[in-house]
Design a binder for this molecule. Structure first.
Ligand SMILES: C[S@@+](CC[C@H](N)C(=O)[O-])C[C@H]1O[C@@H](n2cnc3c(N)ncnc32)[C@H](O)[C@@H]1O
Length: 245
């Protein structure tokens, strides 16, 4: 099967490969977090074409959204496709302490310098703010195989490794509030029938979710007391702006 990855595909083709039930589930998951935290300032890190961010901006008209993406082609596509007054685009995370919620979907396993980015995300959140991070589940056999194959093909993919990243979250100052596994049906299954959706709900409520959930979802909170560890003793450095040609 031809793999459509964000750094090789036309933005519209990439977006279409991500659509359907899988995208809807992810959108609902983030929407739930935004409602739970009463978020007003929301940032998506690694927004791709920005469709999820745009749909959320439409659903939450009183909140302000910033779609942060380093790939200029994806940003250009998103800017010309999705126009909402409460949606801004950027190549960098916004000012320190400005976000109520940051979310990222399948981004951590693409980062060159995770610890540094985790520090920056922590600093971007207001104290008490939350980062919702979704990543491919390494324990799902088909996901692990697909990630490994793309990695070997040099498609800019790697695995998300929980036992490496969870200590990194904590070192950056986050409290790991929850980790759960979900999304039984991958993006290739655009419209699963009703019985398949009920099966997915059942799997997600069982111990099988750990190996049959395509995604692992973390809720990471910046505590009100305490904060990011800044070994340098000064202000945390922003992530350098990295542009692809
Ligand atoms: C697998 S794609 C996921 C895109 C989108 N979240 C989605 O689910 O369709 C990962 C995205 O993260 C972006 N990315 C990687 N490192 C980044 C960084 N340091 N800052 C912003 N975006 C980044 C990539 O350019 C890419 O668009």
């Amino acid at each position: 099967m031809k793999r459509v990855t964000h750094d090789r595909a036309d933005p519209a083709e990439y977006e279409s490969s991500r659509g359907g039930h899988f995208e809807q589930r992810r959108l609902d998951l983030i929407a739930q977090a935004l409602r739970a935290d009463g978020a007003r300032n929301v940032v998506e890190l690694g927004s791709g074409t920005g469709r999820i961010c745009a749909r959320l901006a439409e659903r939450f008209p009183l909140a302000d959204f910033t779609a942060v993406e380093i790939d200029e082609h994806l940003v250009a596509y998103g800017q010309s496709t999705y126009r909402f007054d409460n949606l801004a685009w950027s190549h960098e995370l916004p000012a320190e302490g400005s976000a109520d919620v940051v979310y990222s979907i399948d981004v951590i396993h693409h980062l060159d310098d995770r610890p540094k980015m985790f520090d920056v995300i922590n600093a971007t959140l207001r104290p008490g703010g939350v980062w919702v991070a979704t990543e491919p589940n390494l324990w799902h056999p088909a996901i692990a195989f697909a990630q490994e194959r793309m990695k070997r093909q040099g498609l800019g993919e790697d695995h998300f490794v929980p036992w490496i990243s969870e200590p990194e979250f904590r070192r950056a100052g986050f409290v790991v509030e929850s980790r759960r596994y979900c999304h039984t049906w991958p993006a290739a299954i655009k419209t699963p029938p009703g019985w398949a959706k009920r099966l997915e709900a059942w799997v997600e409520g069982s111990a099988l979710a750990g190996v049959l959930g395509a995604s692992v979802v973390y809720v990471l909170r910046r505590p009100i007391v305490g904060g990011p560890v800044d070994a340098g003793g000064g202000r945390l450095a922003r992530m350098p702006r990295v542009m692809r040609s």
